[in-house]
Design a protein around this ligand. Structure first.
Ligand SMILES: [Fe+2]
Length: 208
């Protein structure tokens, strides 16, 4: 987090950054807006809706929105025995002309970082637990803008005040909303009731 704090001092109301984490994978699959990206992961259904804009308020069309998250048991796809034979809970979508994006997936759970080595010894010595609160990772990029690496933390998760990697920022804590089948709050359409995670991201201009 010290590296994040030093390298990512974005101006004004640009969305705050946090750590990339070890579970990012290059070349995640591309999806169409509205697709189910869960890949069969376990968990309750979740709608994710958002927008990407600049600090001047303009919507950014064609922004590349990459995301990845754990399942309801707290595992990423790369932690399965088959590794990335079947990517799940990760992908890329591009924003529409209004800067909007949406996809469907499952609600992730909190999870422990690996604590069977020196990191575990350090945590035990500090009497700290190894858990991270439930979150969805995002990496969002667009021409002329600084690439945003961040998470949205679920507001009802445990460990928000004791994230083992100190990654939580208040502005990135997001409450789940209730979404009934039919038209969504952002004008999309879902076939069943589900929770909804909504957030509008603001990208900083490339620093000169
Ligand atoms: Fe994570």
């Amino acid at each position: 987090m010290l590296v994040d704090a030093i390298n990512h001092r974005f101006p004004g109301h640009a969305t705050q950054t946090t750590v990339l984490g070890p579970f990012h994978v290059a070349s995640a699959p591309e999806f169409a807006l509205g697709d189910d990206i869960s890949g069969g992961m376990t968990g309750a259904p979740l709608l994710v809706e958002g927008k990407v804009g600049g600090i001047d308020g303009r919507p950014i069309a064609g922004a590349v929105v990459e995301f990845w998250h754990a399942d309801a048991e707290g595992f990423y796809d790369v932690q399965s025995e088959t590794g990335l034979a079947k990517p799940a809970g990760r992908g890329v979508v591009r924003t529409d002309p209004d800067g909007a994006f949406w996809f469907r997936t499952v609600i992730p759970a909190a999870y422990p970082i690996p604590d069977d080595g020196p990191v575990g010894d350090m945590l035990k010595a500090q009497a700290r637990h190894p858990y991270r609160p439930a979150h969805v990772h995002f990496m969002i990029s667009a021409p002329g803008c600084e690439t945003l690496v961040t998470h949205l933390f679920l507001a009802d998760s445990e460990y928000l005040d004791s994230d083992v990697v100190f990654g939580v920022k208040d502005a990135l804590i997001c409450g789940l909303q209730t979404q009934n089948a039919g038209l969504t709050a952002r004008g999309n359409r879902v076939a069943r009731d589900m929770a909804a995670l909504r957030y509008d991201f603001v990208l900083a201009n490339v620093s000169k």
